[in-house]
Write a protein that binds this ligand. Structure first.
Ligand code: DX5
Ligand code: ZN
Length: 229
C-alpha cells in the first residue's frame, strides 16, 4: 500500500488526479503504473446505481484496487450510504475519501471516522447544490469537490455555470485561511482546466481527456503545464 502521510501538504502545488472510470478495469494495476509519474492521485469513482444512475465498483473490488494501486487513491463516493461506507474506504487504505453533501446524514461523525481511519476528508457538491450549504463545514475538510458535470458518467461537457461557485469557494477558503484542496471533476480538458484554475481550483480530476487521448502521459504533462501557468 502507498504511504498516505504527507499528502496535500504543499498548497503551492497543483494536483492532477486521473479518473479511471472509462478505462478497462481488468487492467487497473497496469494503467495506474503507467500514469504514475504524471499523476498525484488516482481518482476512483464509486457509484451504486442509486445516488447516481450508474454502477461501478463494489466495496470488495474497490478494496482490491486500493491495495494494488501504486498511486494514492482519491475515492469519490457517489452512493446513498456514505455514513456507513466512507470509514470502510478509509480503513481499506484510500488516501482521501470524498462523500457527497447531499447524501451524508451525520456529517460530524462520518468525517471523524474517515479521519481516525487515516484518510483525508473530502466533501463533494452536485451542480445544483449551493456553496452556502457546505460553508459551516469548511474548517473540518481537507478537500472540497465542486462537480462540473452531473455525477454519473465520464465524457460529459464542463458546466460553465459552476465557475462562479469555484470562484466563491476559493474566496471562502482564503477568507478563513484554510489549507484545503479545491477539486473540480467533470469535463476537464486542456481548455477547461485553465478556466477552473483561473477561478481558484488547484486539484483537477480528468477522465476522458486523459484516457481517450493517444498518449495519456503526454496529455497529463500538458494539463499540468497549462494548470501551472
Ligand atoms: C463523474 C465522475 C468523474 C468522471 C470524470 O460522475 O465523478 O470523475 O470520471 O470524467 P471526465 O473527465 O471524462 O468528465
Ligand atoms: Zn469523480
Amino acid at each position: 500500500m502507498v504511504n498516505r502521510a504527507g499528502l496535500m501538504g504543499d498548497m503551492a502545488n497543483i494536483y492532477l488526479n486521473p479518473s479511471v472510470l472509462n478505462t478497462n478495469w481488468d487492467e487497473l494495476p497496469q494503467i495506474i503504473s503507467q500514469i504514475k509519474a504524471d499523476s498525484d492521485f488516482v481518482h476512483l469513482d464509486v457509484m451504486d446505481n442509486k445516488f447516481v444512475p450508474n454502477q461501478t465498483f463494489t466495496f470488495e473490488r474497490a478494496k482490491e484496487i486500493i491495495s494494488k494501486s501504486t498511486l494514492p487513491v482519491d475515492a469519490h463516493l457517489m452512493i446513498i450510504d456514505p455514513d456507513e461506507m466512507a470509514p470502510k474506504y478509509a480503513k481499506a487504505g484510500a488516501a482521501s475519501v470524498t462523500v457527497h453533501l447531499e447524501a451524508v446524514k451525520d456529517f460530524a461523525r462520518t468525517i471523524n471516522e474517515i479521519r481516525i481511519n487515516g484518510a483525508k476528508v473530502g466533501v463533494a457538491l452536485k451542480p445544483k447544490t449551493q456553496l452556502v450549504d457546505v460553508i459551516p463545514y469548511l474548517p473540518d475538510l481537507d478537500l472540497l469537490l465542486i462537480m462540473t458535470v452531473e455525477p454519473g458518467f465520464g465524457g460529459q461537457s464542463f458546466m460553465e455555470d459552476q465557475v462562479a461557485k469555484i470562484r466563491a469557494a476559493r474566496f471562502e477558503i482564503e477568507k478563513l485561511n484554510l489549507q484545503i484542496l479545491l477539486q473540480v471533476d467533470g469535463g476537464i480538458t486542456k481548455e477547461t482546466i485553465k478556466i477552473a484554475k483561473d477561478a481558484g481550483a488547484n486539484c483537477f480530476v480528468a477522465g476522458n481527456a486523459v484516457f481517450k487521448s493517444e498518449n495519456p502521459n503526454e496529455t497529463l504533462q500538458q494539463l499540468r503545464a497549462i494548470a501551472s501557468i
